[in-house]
Design a protein. Structure first.
Length: 200
């Protein structure tokens, strides 16, 4: 049923996907679907998480430098470029969620808020290392990747790893790095684990 839901989503988009089509693809009755999922939003959310379990993870990279942490983010985007659940698919669903309160509630923490928490954690680590100012409010910067990605998706353009790299190098790093900080940190040795837990 999760496979059928994802296939319908990829072919038709969220709004045009319906439970009758999913049931027919899965070879089950619609009642069998509703016994497990109360709504289309719940089913689609589970289908996305099933195929991309990283959506449930709040782990942020902690490589020892701001540039290294963002390099890791670009690496994640590159892997998503080749996955069944691409960034483009997730963004299209996120855009449709703007017109569906139930879907928005189900996905906001997995998609939109997740990206903000990730960038916030990366910038907080950089501030702790002394790479960027700890006295500045960087909250607007945390919205840049998500906002730019959604804007690109609205225009029908692909949000791939190259685009994520461009946003980081052109907008985020110049905004947070002060002149003379350089691109790497020498204050903190590279930790043994590339992740730390993001605080919600």
């Amino acid at each position: 049923m999760l496979d059928a839901a994802l296939a319908a989503l990829m072919e038709h988009g969220y709004d045009a996907t319906n439970m009758n089509d999913i049931a027919a693809r899965a070879g089950v009755g619609k009642a069998a679907i509703y016994r497990r999922w109360s709504s289309k939003a719940a089913l689609i959310t589970d289908a996305l998480v099933y195929w991309q379990p990283d959506l449930l993870s709040d782990d942020a990279p902690d490589t020892g430098s701001l540039v290294g942490d963002f390099d890791y983010v670009v690496g994640l985007a590159k892997r998503n470029d080749n996955d069944l659940i691409t960034n483009d698919l997730l963004l299209r669903v996120a855009l449709e969620a703007a017109h569906d309160a139930e879907l928005a509630s189900a996905l906001s923490d997995l998609l939109l808020y997740k990206g903000k928490r990730l960038v916030s954690a990366i910038l907080a680590q950089a501030a702790d290392r002394g790479e960027i100012s700890a006295t500045r409010d960087w909250s607007l910067v945390t919205d840049v990747i998500v906002a730019m990605s959604l804007l690109r998706a609205i225009g029908g353009q692909t949000v791939d790893a190259d685009f994520v790299r461009q946003v980081i190098d052109t907008l985020i790093l110049p905004a947070v790095q002060t002149p003379g900080t350089g691109k790497t940190s020498t204050k903190t040795a590279k930790p043994s684990s590339p992740h730390r837990r993001v605080q919600a």
